[in-house]
Design a protein around this ligand. Structure first.
Ligand SMILES: CC(C)(COP(=O)(O)OP(=O)(O)OC[C@H]1O[C@@H](n2cnc3c(N)ncnc32)[C@H](O)[C@@H]1OP(=O)(O)O)[C@@H](O)C(=O)NCCC(=O)NCCS
Length: 213
């Protein structure tokens, strides 16, 4: 992940000044000009029913109100996601921010046409790297509906560990549903980041004198 500061006069923790870049994605703060593309993808019951706050139906005005609200959320960091291999098309969003609890919670969604291409995993990993390098948070939290196996898998691939079960309120359903809770602490993240340097080579070799396996 590389981070490019867009406005050298702004503090580094202000996500509106940053563009993060991964192999296939560009992550930057959502802008009003993104509202139409956001509404096009977010207006999907399959997304609304898996996220706590996305309403359904979801109109351009909802996207505009959401973007405007981000400026007021001083302790939130939100990124719109753009795919380099799709002509920098908007494909989803992710973010983390403080709620009532002290551990920042990550959130993410990907537009249905772009599911199953590891975009969520790539975006969430970039966001985690950003959170642990640009802030001093000790841990990140996450939650997903127990039925959301794809989201659970994304969290597992990003190093999150299950911490318990509970309920989460889904705005689009107007109801609370069973959910799983996850956590990734800074030390685990740091360990995962260095694993590659000490990992076994891709193919196990038989070392002379050590005998065959
Ligand atoms: C959940 C979501 C973000 C996943 O996005 P994505 O870009 O398709 O995710 P990725 O491709 O990075 O990873 C998905 C993983 O889940 C797996 N998966 C998908 N559907 C699955 C299912 N029904 N059962 C088990 N695993 C499943 C995929 O195989 C993949 O794992 P793998 O790489 O080990 O094969 C996307 O489906 C989405 O936005 N859904 C609606 C909103 C939402 O759920 N947001 C998260 C709220 S907690």
């Amino acid at each position: 992940m590389t981070a490019v500061q867009m406005n050298s006069g702004s503090p580094p923790e202000d996500s509106s000044t940053f563009i993060l870049e991964t192999k296939r994605l560009v992550l930057r703060a959502p802008r009003l000009e993104d509202a139409e593309a956001i509404a096009l993808l977010a207006n999907n019951r399959k997304i609304a029913e898996m996220t706590e706050l996305i309403p359904h139906p979801y109109r351009i005005e909802d996207a505009e109100a959401w973007i405007a609200s981000l400026a007021e959320k001083g302790q939130s960091t939100t990124f719109a996601l753009f795919a380099k291999d799709k002509g920098l098309a908007f494909i989803g969003a992710c973010g983390y921010g403080l709620r009532e609890e002290t551990t920042p919670e990550i959130r993410y969604w990907i537009g249905e046409p772009f599911w199953g291409r590891s975009y969520a995993t790539e975006a969430v990993r970039a966001m985690i790297d950003h959170a642990f390098t640009a802030t001093d948070v000790d841990a990140l939290a996450a939650g997903c509906r127990v039925t959301n196996l794809a989201s659970r898998r994304v969290l597992e691939k990003c190093g999150f560990q299950w911490t318990g079960a509970g309920l989460c309120r889904i705005r689009a359903l107007g109801a609370s549903v069973p959910s799983d809770r996850f956590r990734l602490d800074r030390r685990t993240w740091a360990s995962l980041r260095t694993w590659g340097r000490t990992a076994l080579p891709g193919r196990a070799r038989t070392a002379k004198g050590l005998g065959k396996r």
